[in-house]
Write a protein of this length. Structure first.
Length: 170
């Protein structure tokens, strides 16, 4: 099973996705971790993003072939990117579930300005992805992130996913 967690930066995707992976005993693949392994000084260019997604596709193939549950965590901001992953999971006959994480603009701006420090590079990246983000047209679960609802988010995801992957929350 492949669970694709997507949405804008600073919505809480990674915190949620890493916790979900533990709950369903899945391999966790995060685009930012991949980017940091691949590039000493990441630039977030379209070319660089393409290489990161290609690496994620390769890791996904290996996990699916090894019959491991998998949680993929990235913005997946373009339809063509999501389609490439969906096409691959279909060819591998892997169950695929999409979960979009959203947060209010107020929450996102608060996370961007955490502790009164504005990271201009992160703000610029957020605005670019927000501008380029293409809405998801496939059936999927949408979960709203706040600063204190991780248990509720996990419960919503576990209710959405097949019952055979559910674990009791600790």
């Amino acid at each position: 099973m492949v669970v694709i967690i997507f949405g804008l930066p600073y919505t809480g995707k990674s915190y949620f996705a890493s916790r979900l992976a533990k709950e369903i005993d899945a391999v966790y693949i995060n685009s930012e971790q991949i980017r940091k392994q691949m590039f000493i000084s990441p630039t977030h260019t379209e070319y660089e993003k393409g290489l990161v997604y290609q690496e994620m596709l390769g890791l996904m193939r290996k996990s699916v072939k090894a019959r491991q549950n998998l949680v993929l965590d990235a913005t997946f901001y373009k339809v063509e990117i999501r389609n490439a992953f969906l096409k691959e999971t279909v060819s591998l006959t892997a169950e695929t579930y999409f979960i979009e994480i959203k947060a209010s603009e107020e929450i996102i701006q608060g996370r961007l300005h955490l502790a009164g420090v504005v990271n201009w590079h992160d703000l610029e990246q957020y605005e670019k992805v927000k501008h380029d983000f293409q809405h998801h047209t496939y059936p999927h679960l949408v979960i709203e992130s706040t600063d204190n609802n991780i248990d509720s988010m996990l419960n919503q995801a576990l209710d959405y996913l097949p019952s055979h992957v559910r674990h009791s929350m600790s």
